[in-house]
Design a protein around this ligand. Structure first.
Ligand SMILES: Cc1cc2nc3c(=O)[nH]c(=O)nc-3n(C[C@H](O)[C@H](O)[C@H](O)COP(=O)(O)OP(=O)(O)OC[C@H]3O[C@@H](n4cnc5c(N)ncnc54)[C@H](O)[C@@H]3O)c2cc1C
Ligand SMILES: *[C@@H]1O[C@H](CO)[C@@H](O)[C@H](O)[C@H]1NC(C)=O
Ligand SMILES: *[C@@H]1O[C@H](CO)[C@@H](O)[C@H](O)[C@H]1NC(C)=O
Ligand SMILES: *[C@@H]1O[C@H](CO)[C@@H](O)[C@H](O)[C@H]1NC(C)=O
Ligand SMILES: *[C@@H]1O[C@H](CO)[C@@H](O)[C@H](O)[C@H]1NC(C)=O
Ligand SMILES: *[C@@H]1O[C@H](CO)[C@@H](O)[C@H](O)[C@H]1NC(C)=O
Ligand SMILES: *[C@@H]1O[C@H](CO)[C@@H](O)[C@H](O)[C@H]1NC(C)=O
Length: 634
């Protein structure tokens, strides 16, 4: 930009002499200026709900969304198979469920069509431990865990787990409504709702406390925590484990979930600034010593430019929402503005490998008889000897799932698009073994020696798209969470990720922050009502403003979980199984278990013996400073 040099000079002068930045417009103070940093689920929802709440309240507001990349959606993104825009598959967040009210409502409001995840392709879902399948079921309909089938093997444990999950979700959903919504402190709300009793334990401890059969926890719940959160049951808190078991009514937006967020930003009428990574947030020196409310100045780097060459945005903001994990944001100095810095937390590292192939999974890989049917979707759990609760264990991957059946535009043959979730990069050796055909070191291209003249060369992998993510925090047990209010006028959405990390929860935090901002405007414009908005005490969440707040601290803690847990199994449960019991026994006598059902799209995968040489290539870009790192096609 032409004036960047000048602007830098100006800000230098400002820092030396403490003068007011001349580059900043003295905007009409009757219009509230709000900056949102990040256009993922959280930022988009914040913009959308801000507009709605402000309009309802009759408050003029001007929303500016700063987005680092050239697209909206953040970790919610698609990629096109064969680079064909007509064939998108979810690369990041792929499913949401009925109970996700914000997302579901938005699909209605924006007339976006949804579909069940998975393909029409009939096939089995199975859970693999690196040695054998511990569970297997037909999955031609979306149903995730088929309780009837689970009953064969695990008795009443599936029923009680399901009940526990429902109670947990029912409790969580209270966060959407008064008196729990909005909330200035997530930690407090989680406590009030009794949810810290679940987040404070590992999934393993929580289920044990609820007397859920440990075999079921190990085989089924853990397969679910691995595919959903790349975590074994001993390394994820109870709430994460419960959420992983809640795929009922799973859906995805046709053409890509990111459209929800794109539509939200559009509907918010915000000024969206793509390719505008924010590098700093500073307090504006006030020209008016009587003015109490702080104003914020934002600097952005031009993409590709030297990071130091940041430009000061011409508008000073009344409120700023940081809607991205701070530790990866590249924003340097927001922590200087607040008393309690935003903690760095450990994030999982997940390799998401999408590829198209004419081949099905190899029977040999899964130690099946040559002609037998191979599952189309494989989740995994730890094997008996896998002492270590970290990583994928013997299986080597978290899931390997069929996500789409496509036609290869070159050969016009039917091919399968698979998605593999793994803690390490997937190697050609592993894929060769999984598909039962030699995959070249280049992944795509013809296998092995070139075919004879005139013969058609089959490419084992016709399209290959590996990506590394910091997809979500490692959900270690905890009972406090990074709060949404950093200081007066400065908000943060990503603290909710250590509570639950989903598109919906990020959108919920965006909606929450929007409500708080508008409530504070309302409170400050009618001082008679309350003075509590004096927000020099940003972290004091208990005494906030306004009418919707606060819930008494001593709200009785709901004992929603587990109290009457070990009741009788209701009549009817397991009923459909009666005639199947024989079958179940047969299966068990083979010690070749059973299955669950789901067709979906999260699935990891494995190497039987992870060859440890896949690290040396630098094809996988560093993910140090970014939760979404797309890998170039190789
Ligand atoms: C592989 C994968 C699978 C997943 N599966 C599911 C699933 O099935 N269902 C589900 O609900 N969730 C799933 N998730 C989790 C879900 O994607 C996240 O919880 C959610 O999308 C987070 O949204 P967010 O807005 O908080 O953050 P993000 O989506 O990360 O958005 C942050 C935005 O901020 C931008 N940004 C960063 N720094 C700056 C800066 N300095 N200036 C300006 N902009 C900046 C980023 O570019 C990004 O657009 C999955 C995630 C991954 C990676
Ligand atoms: C709204 O914000 C944009 C971008 O920050 C700015 O260019 C514009 O002048 C603002 N409009 C008003 C009415 O404040
Ligand atoms: C979703 O829509 C329903 C029906 O209009 C409404 O009652 C509910 O409050 C909405 N929920 C959210 C979170 O927007
Ligand atoms: C919603 O989408 C359907 C199908 O795409 C279309 O027929 C209908 O006109 C749309 N409705 C609105 C209000 O846009
Ligand atoms: C609110 O604050 C103003 C000035 O800070 C003060 O004059 C007024 O009395 C306060 N109102 C209440 C209700 O405390
Ligand atoms: C802010 O916090 C400080 C220290 O915790 C306290 O002394 C002060 O009374 C608080 N101010 C308000 C307005 O709550
Ligand atoms: C909130 O403010 C009210 C009135 O100012 C006070 O009585 C109450 O104790 C405060 N609550 C907390 C938790 O600080």
């Amino acid at each position: 930009m032409r004036f960047s040099w000048l602007l830098e000079k100006t800000s230098l002068l400002t820092s030396v002499f403490g003068t007011t930045e001349t580059s900043i417009d003295e905007s009409d103070s009757s219009v509230k200026q709000v900056a949102i940093i990040g256009a993922g689920a959280a930022g988009s929802s914040a913009a959308y709900h801000l507009r709605r709440y402000a309009e309802e309240a009759g408050i003029p507001i001007n929303i500016t969304v700063f987005e680092k990349t050239d697209r909206i959606g953040g970790r919610t993104l698609t990629v096109n198979v064969y680079d064909d825009p007509l064939s998108p598959v979810e690369l990041g967040a792929s499913i949401f469920i009925d109970a996700n009210h914000i997302l579901v409502n938005a699909t209605r409001a924006f007339n976006l069509s949804t579909a069940k995840p998975g393909t029409d392709e009939k096939g089995d879902l199975a859970i693999w431990d690196g040695n054998h399948f511990v569970f297997r079921q037909q999955s031609n309909s979306w149903g995730w865990w088929n309780l009837a089938k689970l009953f064969w093997k695990y008795g009443t444990a599936p029923y009680y787990t399901d009940k526990l999950m429902r109670e947990t979700v029912a409790t969580f959903v209270k966060l959407y409504q008064a008196p729990y919504f909005p909330f200035r402190s997530l930690s407090e709300r989680a406590y009030e709702l009794g949810l810290t009793k679940i987040t404070g334990l590992t999934g393993e401890q929580f289920l044990a406390e609820k007397e859920i059969d440990s075999k079921y926890a190990h085989d089924i719940v853990q397969a679910s925590t691995r595919v959903n959160y790349a975590s074994n049951l001993a390394r994820i808190h109870g709430l994460g484990a419960m959420v992983s078991m809640a795929p009922e009514g799973a859906m995805q937006v046709t053409g890509g979930n990111w459209q929800i967020f794109s539509k939200m930003v559009e509907a918010s009428n915000a000024r969206i600034l793509p390719n505008s990574p924010v590098t700093s947030i500073e307090l504006k020196e006030s020209a008016d010593p009587d003015s109490k409310a702080p104003k914020y100045v934002i600097k952005t780097a031009s993409p590709g430019s030297w990071a130091g060459r940041a430009e000061t945005h011409s508008v000073a903001f009344d409120d700023v929402v940081i809607a991205t994990p701070y530790q990866f944001s590249g924003i340097k100095n927001a922590n200087n503005l607040i008393e309690q810095p935003i903690d760095d937390i450990p994030y999982a590292t997940l390799h998401v490998t999408l590829f198209a192939s004419p081949f099905r999974f190899s029977t040999q890989f899964f130690k099946l008889a040559p002609a037998s049917e191979v599952p189309t979707s494989v989740l995994t759990t730890l094997a008996e000897g896998d002492g270590d609760a970290d990583g994928a264990g013997l299986a080597g991957f978290y899931s390997a799932t069929l996500v789409k059946v496509v036609t290869n535009p070159k050969t016009l043959n039917t091919e399968y698009v698979y998605k593999i979730f793994s803690p390490e990069k997937v190697s050609p050796e592993f894929l060769s073994s999984l598909l039962g055909v030699t995959v070249p070191d280049t992944f795509t291209g013809p296998a092995g020696a070139s075919g004879e003249e005139g013969t058609e060369v089959v490419e084992p992998i016709s399209w290959y798209h590996p990506t590394v993510f910091h997809p979500y925090p490692v959900k270690y047990p905890r009972v406090t969470f990074q709060e949404p209010i950093l200081r007066d006028g400065l908000y943060y959405t990503s603290g909710i990720e250590s509570f639950i990390s989903t598109m919906e929860t990020s959108a919920l935090m965006g909606m929450n922050v929007a409500r708080l901002i508008v409530d504070d405007y309302l409170a400050s414009s009618s001082p008679a009502e309350t003075n509590a908005t004096d927000s020099s005490n940003a972290t004091d969440s208990s005494n906030a403003t306004g009418t919707t707040e606060p819930v008494a601290l001593q709200v009785e803690h709901e004992q929603y979980v587990l109290e009457e847990q070990q009741n009788e199994v209701p009549e009817g449960y397991g009923q459909p199984l009666a005639e199947q019991e024989e079958q179940a026994k047969v299966l068990e006598s083979h010690e070749e278990p059973i299955a669950v059902q789901q067709e979906q799209d999260h699935a990891p995968e494995s190497h039987e013996e992870p060859v440890v040489e896949q690290e040396e290539q630098n094809e996988v870009p560093s993910i140090q400073d970014d939760p979404v790192v797309e890998q170039k096609e190789l």
